[in-house]
Design a protein around this ligand. Sequence first.
Ligand code: XMP
Length: 186
Amino acid sequence: MPDRTPPDRPVVSIRFSAAEIASRVEEMATDLAGKLEPDTLVVSVLKGSFVFAADLIRALSRAGADWSMDFLTLSSYGSGTESGTLIFTKELRLDVRHRHVLVVDDILDTGKTLNAVLERLRRLQPASLKTCVLLDKPERRSGSLQADYVGFSIPNQFVVGYGLDYDERYRNLPYIGVLKNPPPAE
Ligand code: XMP
């Protein structure tokens, strides 16, 4: 039979299994539930954080915390592994003024995205603003930004899965993996 495998097919090697992620999310929720103000507004930064945020809020409920939920969509102009110009393509629907807000994002890399989100939210005068990211890549940070809550710290590798994509692919993977030999972005 002829081998139909493309020669440069991308390879995803598992970095954090679904079970490891689930266990860490549960731990984070237990920690957060003891610290969050009542009825904290959880702001999920789309698209990348939607899987993490969905798991986190359900774990927060199990840990006894109550929350409200809203979403912001930030799109990076361009595709591939580098973030380009950031544009807010979906704004919040709920009123943030005087609310305690927890921003949830998938990954903190250079800090450009989270900085843009925090700047936007600060102008709306929340009572408090905390940040929670599943992954932190401190090596690539361009400023001093740190997240208040971090799931896993990772080296400077491009990761996909559990909501994280490469060119809109791999979000559906139940685990987080390192993408090797990515195909050129379309
Ligand atoms: P910055 O550099 O703004 O990056 O802190 C945050 C956003 O960039 C994307 N990003 C990644 N996406 N695998 C991904 O799938 C990665 O390794 C990665 N690093 C950065 C992501 O959208 C994140 O919100």
